[in-house]
Design a protein around this ligand. Structure first.
Ligand SMILES: [Zn+2]
Length: 104
């Protein structure tokens, strides 16, 4: 029984780049950059959630800051930081929790 690493190509064993998390979607195939095998994520935590959570993490502080500070630029900067941090955390979560299998 082979041991499967997280986020690794099951065909050639290449660890996929971190940026590939954005390709993780339900039933979505993509090619291994190293050997070209078609890969599908197993037990998918869709990265679409990353965008939704990122958007919320942007909009909530943005409205909050605008309401209390009345400073558009500051609100934009702070909420962008919040949104990016949230997307990054979701990416790390997806990256460390997704196993890949070869599609048939
Ligand atoms: Zn491969």
């Amino acid at each position: 029984m082979e041991r499967k690493e997280k986020f690794q190509c099951p065909n050639c064993g290449t660890k996929l780049p971190f940026m590939f998390v954005v390709k993780i979607k339900n039933n979505h195939e993509f090619d291994c950059p190293s050997c070209g095998a078609s890969l599908v994520p197993e037990k998918t935590k869709s990265f679409t959630w990353g965008y939704i959570i990122g958007l919320l993490a942007f909009l909530v502080p943005f409205n909050f800051m605008l309401y209390f500070e009345d400073n558009f630029l500051l609100a934009l900067m702070v909420s962008t930081m919040c949104g990016l941090t949230a997307i990054f955390l979701v990416s790390v979560y997806v990256y460390s929790n997704t196993r890949l299998t070869k599609s048939i």
